[in-house]
Design a protein around this ligand. Sequence first.
Ligand SMILES: NC(=O)c1ccc[n+]([C@@H]2O[C@H](COP(=O)([O-])OP(=O)(O)OC[C@H]3O[C@@H](n4cnc5c(N)ncnc54)[C@H](OP(=O)(O)O)[C@@H]3O)[C@@H](O)[C@H]2O)c1
Length: 320
Amino acid sequence: MKILVFGKDGQLGKAFQEELGVRTSALLAKPVVQYVGRSKYDLTNEEALTQLLHQFQPQLIINASAYTAVDKAETESDLAFAINARAPEIMAQYAADHDATFLHYSTDYVFDGEKYGFYLEDDLRNPLGVYGKSKVAGEEVIARVFAGARSNAQYAIFRTSWVYGDGGNFIRTILRLAKEREELKIIHDQFGVPTNANWLAQVSLSLAIDEHVRLRKFTSGNYHAVPAGETTWHELACLAVQEAIDAGVALKANPSAIEPILAVEYPLPAPRPMNSKMSTDKLHQVFEGWGDMSKLEQLNQSWDKAVRSYVANLAKDGLI
Ligand SMILES: NC(=O)c1ccc[n+]([C@@H]2O[C@H](COP(=O)([O-])OP(=O)(O)OC[C@H]3O[C@@H](n4cnc5c(N)ncnc54)[C@H](OP(=O)(O)O)[C@@H]3O)[C@@H](O)[C@H]2O)c1
């Protein structure tokens, strides 16, 4: 099997390198995996992207690349749409025409956050900013391309939220600030679920491949993929800071010095949804249908346990 992974230098791309490495290490017949990043293939170069797909001929395409600069997107609309909609369209078209499987990622920002409770996959999309609009455009174009796909072609779009891994993210920013300042102010009226990039890669691979790294058959469409539970940015910041202190890191701010503020007190160029909570019932039903308890357990992992272990590892590696 040939696997092509885009976005190798991003948080999710790095997680795929790790997780695919683990899954394939004991295999005798290893898949051929190519990881590509911006330095070699800039996704705005449509010709190079098309050529790469036709030359490599992947059976599984994983698109971990994206334009993720939420605020900058407000003034870089064309670029955001090129990376988040046009490039995925080219990948999807290749998969649809060649019986391949396509895994793509989207975001809670496709919603306006007005819903009370957890968003379902089919809920109305109403993005508040350019980034969210570009991700909606990506979702729409992939669905359209696959409507005319060959019989074995399939796709999954995993909508996720508050991703953290090997790269810049909210948790690492908070830990840096807590080292520099005695007091912090963090939003406490936006709700969501922090998602570990490795967890997301694992869940994605659980849907797409079996233990021998052979493709599984699944129903194409959107899947919400976040761990169990819910929180606020403020609660997440307090937990991360406390965990770092418990791990022996010297910080200037402790959780009691993190003041909860309202989102309106911290205006940003791009508005964010107040409620980013997404139900994972659909993915649960798939794994339940397969009778696979280990995958269900993985899906049921709580966000806070994963954050604790992430921060503990950062501390152990001297990265705070
Ligand atoms: N991060 C979050 O909080 C979050 C929340 C919800 C959904 N998501 C979605 O989850 C997925 C993974 O996110 P992530 O956190 O792993 O993102 P990330 O760390 O920002 O990684 C994105 C990758 O895409 C690459 N990329 C951007 N523009 C490119 C271009 N023109 N050509 C080639 N590569 C390009 C970047 O390359 P460089 O390394 O060279 O910049 C980077 O490696 C994305 O689809 C994102 O929309 C993320």
